[in-house]
Design a protein around this ligand. Structure first.
Ligand code: NAP
Length: 484
């Protein structure tokens, strides 16, 4: 392993979350050991390192939230919590001997492609410089917390928190707490906070679609069976197929959609007795436009809380002021307000072959060929890049074929003795246009969400089924790429 400063690597991976770890494991398996994983945080895990708020858990069944090559027989519940997922990630690191390759607390501030040498020249935040033939950005779409743009927020004198930067010492027991936001994060955080705090005020701008969560504890028989590779593979496959059915629910007129809408309405009726509260919780946009929430305890927790639906006017030194003239006095204010997904790589300047910055190339919004490669940026790969998000299944199903694609591209450069590989501009443009055509008028275009930018362009979502993406990505189309 090279020392970092002045190091010349075959591959630099940015980010030690799920996709960065998968990339590292598959590089090792392909016999490429000259790589480093740079992680800006003090620990591995990516989003699971960042999102350690009370109640954090995954919202797809855990068997589908493990890699096909690394089944996990330790899951205690079908819907695993953040600690278990982090433990799974740590085992991945240990079992695959990744530790010597990982450098924590390192951020890249600039990456510049040297076309002559066919290498990326990287400047790090500590002033050191390294280079790599291939640069893989595995920073994920949900890495930069978004603070709400509300007047007075900075002047709040109580404790101000963001769900994605939860401090280990944040004990809010017995306090008057406000939560801004009602997305997937808030739906987990609110039930965890409600029993512990003195008073919980939940500030809702948009009521969301909520379906029951079919969670269960795994017993001894499950754990015994999970040791059998064939059973683990079958369980994973079965869940993947079930989740895939959920994709049908995003298309108007399907049976899956009708059933999901009916189940959500029944869930609301069953869990919220008060018709006035029910009316305030009824979604106002089509199901699936924002991410669907799966929860058995969110509605119940709201019944013990103060659900505030009047718009927030300002944050004051002592609380939140709403448009109905109420002052909500608070000791702590939690922003469960999501992530800056439009600028996932802000803070990192990436300069391509012709001196163009990625920021400029993405003036019209982030886009990449199959979410992976950008014309003019040779030997640069993104994992979980633009238009590879889904609202119905596990992101890990997208990561594995992406990593296979990246490896095949690297292999081609090495085998053909070339310096670089880049997607052809016309191929990228055609694929991007095809994705945008499919997204136009689709369910995600009927509301605002982190899937869309200021102009309404949907840059985060893959419009189709998982199988379709896997097929398109797993083996790169040789004609889509040019080599130099
Ligand atoms: P989000 O879905 O973007 O939700 C942010 C919430 O904050 C929304 O309710 C939004 O209201 C509200 N908000 C933002 N700015 C506001 C303002 N100025 N005033 C009032 N309300 C404001 O973020 P998230 O809940 O963190 O979830 C993001 C994604 O992370 C999810 O979609 C999911 O993909 C992932 N996630 C997954 C899990 C899991 O696997 N279990 C858990 C958590 C998160 P509007 O809707 O009106 O904009």
């Amino acid at each position: 392993m090279h020392s970092l400063s002045g190091g010349d690597f075959e591959v630099v991976i940015l980010g030690a979350g799920m996709s960065g770890l998968c990339m590292a494991i598959q590089l090792q398996r392909a016999g490429i050991r000259d790589f480093v994983v740079l992680e800006k945080s003090a620990g591995i895990g990516g989003t699971w390192w960042d999102n350690r708020y009370p109640g954090a858990q995954v919202d797809v069944p855990a068997p589908a939230y493990s890699f096909s090559f690394a089944p996990n027989r330790h899951w205690t519940h079908r819907f695993a919590d953040a600690h278990e997922i982090h433990a799974y990630q740590q085992r991945l690191v240990e079992d695959h001997g990744l530790l010597p390759h990982i450098r924590l607390g390192h951020a890249v501030v600039e990456a510049r492609f040297d076309a002559e040498a066919g290498r990326w020249r990287l400047s790090l935040d500590d002033g050191s410089a390294i280079s790599a033939r291939f640069f893989v950005c595995s920073t994920g779409p949900l890495s930069r917390p978004r603070w709400p743009d509300i007047a007075g927020l900075a002047g709040f004198r109580g404790r101000l928190l963001h769900s994605a930067r939860w401090p280990a010492d944040a004990d809010l027991a017995g306090q008057r707490v406000g939560v801004i936001g009602t997305g997937s994060t808030a739906a987990q955080l609110v039930p965890a906070l409600a029993p512990a705090v003195a008073r919980l005020s939940v500030f809702q701008r948009t009521p969301n679609w909520i379906l029951p969560c079919v969670d269960r504890r795994y017993g001894r028989l499950d754990h015994w069976a999970m040791r059998l590779p064939a059973y683990a593979a079958l369980a994973r496959h079965a869940w993947v197929q079930v989740l895939e059915l959920g994709r049908r629910g995003f298309d108007e007129g399907t049976l899956a959609r009708r059933l999901m809408i009916r189940a959500a309405a029944a869930h609301l009726r069953r869990q919220v007795a008060d018709p006035a509260l029910r009316a305030r919780l009824a979604p106002t946009y089509p199901l699936g436009c924002k991410r669907i929430i799966y929860s058995n305890d969110y509605y119940r927790a709201l019944a013990q809380s103060d659900l505030v639906t009047a718009p927030i006017q300002a944050v004051t030194a002592t609380g939140v002021q709403t448009a109905d003239g109420r002052e909500h006095e608070l000791d702590a204010l939690v922003c469960a307000t999501g992530f800056d997904t439009v600028r996932p790589l802000a803070g990192l300047r990436i300069i391509g072959r012709d001196g163009q910055a990625l920021e400029e190339a993405w003036r019209g919004g982030p886009s990449a060929y199959l979410g992976l490669t950008v014309p003019g940026f040779p030997n640069l790969f993104l994992t979980l890049g633009p238009n590879t998000g889904t609202g119905h299944t596990s992101t890990l199903l997208f990561i594995e074929p992406q990593v296979a694609h990246v490896l095949a591209c690297m292999e081609r450069v090495r085998q053909e003795g070339r310096r670089w590989i880049a997607v052809r501009a016309d191929v990228f443009a055609a694929q991007d246009a095809a994705v945008q055509r499919r997204l136009a008028g689709a369910v995600w275009s009927h509301c605002s969400s982190w899937y869309r930018d200021e102009n309404g362009r949907i840059f985060a979502i893959w419009p189709g089924f998982t199988g379709e993406y896997v097929k398109a990505v797993r083996r790169p189309d040789a004609a889509a790429y040019e080599l130099g």
